[in-house]
Design a protein around this ligand. Structure first.
Ligand code: PRP
Ligand code: MN
Ligand code: MG
Length: 182
């Protein structure tokens, strides 16, 4: 079938629930950064949909930039070394960086990025993730803002993909096993 809904076992967070939580996150971030400007760094590609809604929920000046990364092969995933496919366009020195992610799984991507970004001497770095899957964590990362903590389910939608599909679902759903086991 070409209907994405047929591959969804259940809806974990509806469009309405996502909007409500993102509004809360935006209000918290607005209060925490009062009087400051924020540089949001979105991690391509999964973060883009969350980031676009989050940015509009913040009532402060928000600049946006993006990075794209890819982990090296399976053999080196434990090292946590990631390859930068697209670096930032702007300098982050003395900026208040807010890294925006759709999901934190092993934590390896963000662990690497935090080290990499700190070396560029920003004023601050905080992480905002929509979803947090702590059961899969291999390395701890400090999460300042967390939308929802979820169990180890295969989730898609609202930016999250399986094989580049389902990113444009307006909700977060659990994928049926037959949809990813082929
Ligand atoms: C996913 C997700 C996070 C990362 C989390 O990205 O969007 O960026 O993996 O995994 P980790 O905590 O184990 O490092 P993915 O590599 O699938 O790329 P995408 O965002 O383009 O889908
Ligand atoms: Mn990603
Ligand atoms: Mg992906």
């Amino acid at each position: 079938s070409n209907n994405m809904m047929d591959d969804v076992e259940k809806i974990l967070f509806s469009e309405t629930e996502l909007a409500a939580r993102i509004k809360e996150l935006g209000q918290t971030i607005t209060a925490d950064y009062a009087g400051k400007e924020i540089l949001m760094i979105g991690i391509l590609r999964g973060a883009v949909i969350f980031m676009s809604d989050l940015a509009r929920a913040i009532d402060l000046p928000v600049a946006i930039d993006f990075m794209a990364v890819s982990s090296y092969g399976v053999s080196t995933t434990s090292s946590g070394v990631v390859r930068i496919l697209k670096d930032l366009d702007e300098d982050v020195e003395n900026k208040n960086v807010l890294i925006v992610e759709d999901i934190i799984d092993s934590g390896l991507t963000l662990n690497y990025l935090m080290d990499n970004l700190w070396s560029r001497k920003p004023a601050s770095i905080k992480i905002c993730t929509l979803l947090n899957k702590p059961e899969r964590r291999k390395v701890e990362v400090p999460i300042a803002y967390n939308g929802f903590t979820i169990p180890d389910h295969f989730v898609v939608g609202y930016g999250l993909d399986f094989a580049e599909k389902y990113r444009n679902l307006p909700f977060i759903g659990v994928l049926k096993p037959e949809a990813y086991q082929g």
